[in-house]
Design a protein around this ligand. Structure first.
Ligand code: ATP
Ligand code: MG
Length: 229
């Protein structure tokens, strides 16, 4: 599904030059659940953001299916993201002024076909809420929810549009152990149902729930291993 070849990301500011990604080669097949680990500053978020096209590489090739993402302009990329990707962040990133169900419906913003099938937009939002166990908080606002509930709502927003790829940057980083586990179980369940997931984590036990682990160091992939089943 994804092929990155010699992806490079260099930041230049004044006299300082930082290379966050050095010649990254990475292929990800549909249905994979990949965990990315490594010390702070090694480039995990940069790689995830590059996969998510919110950060553009300064070199290399990124193919998604048969599409060359380097050839797309900002407008095409925004459409690609909205219809193909689902994002989950460490800090949930829900909009405070919108209810939980309104937040989740934002995940359908680029899915103009969404109203036509599977019970329409409302039906899809309801199904996504059920999946993460947040339906009883549909009319609440984010600040009225616990961190774990907010993250589950954020996952519902990420999956409501039925994305081809879910990208999660430390999705359990702001959660206690019990809520972290619940979020991991939801992600593992989505993967069992066929979702493709790439997740950055600092937790070895959460990485163990993925099927493949990638270790990064200083902007490079230094190991990639499938979990022994
Ligand atoms: N906008 C920027 N300008 C300059 N350098 C940057 C910028 N963003 C990131 N970097 C640098 O790129 C490198 C990789 O950063 P990145 O955020 O990808 O690390 P990370 O592995 O996600 O770390 P953490 O575990 O702390 O989240 C770091 O050295 C960082 O300082
Ligand atoms: Mg990071």
């Amino acid at each position: 599904m994804i092929r990155m070849e010699k992806i490079e990301r260099r930041y230049v500011s004044d006299d300082v030059e930082t290379t966050a990604l050095h010649a990254i080669d990475l292929s990800i097949a549909a249905g994979e659940f990949v965990a990315i680990m490594g010390p702070s500053g090694c480039g995990k978020s940069t790689l995830l953001n590059t996969l998510g096209t919110v950060d553009r590489p300064t070199g290399g090739k990124y193919l998604f299916g048969d599409r060359d993402l380097a050839a797309m302009d900002e407008k095409e990329l925004a459409k690609f993201r909205g219809s193909t990707l689902g994002f989950v962040f460490q800090s949930f990133n829900l909009i405070d002024e919108l209810t939980i169900e309104e937040n989740i419906a934002l995940g359908l913003a680029y899915r103009h076909d969404a109203g036509a099938k599977e019970g329409g937009r409302r039906g899809r939002v309801a199904a996504a809420m059920d999946k993460v166990g947040i339906a009883h908080r549909a009319r609440h606002f984010p600040h009225q929810l616990s961190g774990g509930q907010q993250q589950r709502a954020a996952i519902a927003r990420a999956i409501v549009g039925d994305p081809k790829l879910i990208l999660a940057d430390e999705p359990t980083g702001n959660l206690d152990t019990a809520n972290g586990e619940q979020v991991m179980n939801i992600l593992a369940g989505l993967n069992d149902e066929g979702a493709t997931i790439v997740m950055v984590t600092h937790s070895p036990s959460h990485a163990d729930m993925a099927k493949r682990r990638i270790d990064m160091l200083d902007g490079r992939i230094v190991a990639s291993a499938m979990r022994a089943l």
